[in-house]
Design a protein around this ligand. Sequence first.
Ligand SMILES: Nc1ncnc2c1ncn2[C@@H]1O[C@H](COP(=O)(O)OP(=O)(O)OP(=O)(O)O)[C@@H](O)[C@H]1O
Length: 661
Amino acid sequence: MTDTRPAYPRFSWRDLSLTRIQDTFDERRSLLALLRFSRPRTLAALCVTVATSIAAAPLTAIFASHAVHAMTAASPEVDLLPLVWPVAGFAAAMLARQAAEVLARALKASASRRIDGVVRSRVRRIALRPDRIAHLEDPEFHDVAVRAGDQGFTWRVRSPGAAAVGQLEITARTMSAVAMAAVLATRFPVLAVVLLALSVLIRSITRRQWMHLEAVKDAATPERRKVDFWADLAAGSEAAKEIRLFGLAGWVSERRLVAHHAWEAGHWRTRRRVLRSQKATFLLAALCAGLGLLVPGLAAWAGELSIAELSQCLVAVWGILAISVMGGESYDIDYGRTAVTALRKLEDLTGPDRHAPRENASPGGPAPLVRFEDVSFRYPGASAPVLRGLSLTIRPGERLAIVGASGEGKTTLVKLLAGLYEPTTGRITADGTDLRSLDTTAWRRGMTALFQDFVHYPLTARDNITLAAPEATPESDEKLLQLVRAGGAQPVLDRLESGLDTELWRTGTDGRDLSGGQWQKLAAIRALYAVEHGRRLVVLDEPTAHLDVKAEARFHEQVIGSVGDASIVLISHRLSTVRPADRIVLLRDGRITEEGSHDDLMRLGGEYARLFLLQASRFHEPTAGGSRTADSQADGSGADGSGAVDIEQGAVAREGGEEAR
Ligand SMILES: Nc1ncnc2c1ncn2[C@@H]1O[C@H](COP(=O)(O)OP(=O)(O)OP(=O)(O)O)[C@@H](O)[C@H]1O
């Protein structure tokens, strides 16, 4: 296995090249630019506090010198008044510095939170921006999105906001070190330059070493996503039932721990290596401190420097050396730098906004004539195509059913129809126009879909219905209830204390949840509501999977019968659901292999008929004289009278039968 961890940093003269310095400078500038997202008042106050602490640093040194001078000159007999102003000045400078730092802490926290909010909403906007959804299935997109918008995963919050204020802090510290160097330079110019240069060097080496550790962590972002996955699974409600039922609690915790160890494995090795290589910087720091004490000390010893001047020099030395100490802000900066780069990369990955001029598919018009013309489709990164040269027509107002075994590509076909992906080759047209050149928003306004995994929104029953047509003006309760009755969902509403206004949110204060079948009935009303508001192409993907036998039997009359002249694309494994369709198509090996009405296909005696009869045979009751079909086998009804037979069972039975042959 190749090691993908970043190499340990070594000194290279290229690091001192003008281009490298310029790049670093640009990065830092872009971090400071993030400060514009904070509130103007906060930013102004932050600038004042920063300026105060920069100015207070050299003033402390100067007043210290004057105070010492006044103290050494003063005696009980002489006037003590000259002592007052330098001591007061020193105290004021110290106080101003302390106050500025305390105030800055609160302002930085506020600015940082605000910047993070802006960055995170930008990440969300970028994720939602593309018309298609392929980017959301790209692991690189997820890693980059985590880096761009997430909070740091450590003992302190590390985020773009923290980086921006960290950069401000380090800029202020550098300026105050330069100011201190200017004070020292009045007596020891060479020492001032040497100390400043060495302090910056120490900081830079230490920073590189620790930042390497951050780079190692960053390279392990995919491992970190695994940790998050297991942690969410353990704490979330989605898998709660299965975890308890299968007794997986310990196993899930263990998986999380294993993932955590895998994520952290490289960190500890790197951390030890960094600590070992700190010896050189420690020696360099000791050399700086020695020089800073010795040079002015020896000058004072030789009588070239008064005690007052010595104290000024020592305070200045202390101020310069402070820049060599690496604080948490360096981590913040590095993390934020990565976040800013990631944000730019996100923009590149998702591409520009699609504002291309398109022809309009107006909502509310007649149902379109849709054609799949020799369409092939392969998911990004997948080795084999799902659809291979599929041709299919969806006629206006038609009830078209698509059947096929699991994984044959039925849902994929619908995703292409909704423009969530583009065909790899071939094209899909609506009334003769390629979907690619239609305005995606307008096209989607003309259709609605009830997906297999439709979302249970934590909203009221009313909102769960009406969000299918967000542009519509709110309907009166009476009209909504009419739809509910027409779609057969009245019994669902009857059980809700506040009817349409009941919050369907298990974890909400007064909320409650619905069963799978109840949700499905409500979602069917959502589809009817969309039709009421101009959608003329309705996709129903396994709409009866959770319904009881009676509800399933009524589905056609109640839901499909209520959509008027809209076209319906119905996908189901349950042949009783698809049987009344105008046309049934069988999807196999990426193309349509059979099509016709149920009767046509039964007469054809092909794959559909074979599947159908094999499925129906599972509902025979063995009798003394052979087997008895619960309902007529030829008309394909199931044992329960609903005809609820499952194409998957048929497929399994067929495979079993073929093997036996
Ligand atoms: N986002 C995706 N990325 C890669 N492959 C995918 C993705 N979604 C589906 N597939 C693959 O595409 C194939 C077709 O999936 P699809 O969901 O369209 O099948 P289906 O016929 O609707 O199946 P089912 O009847 O089980 O719902 C499957 O092999 C599946 O693994």
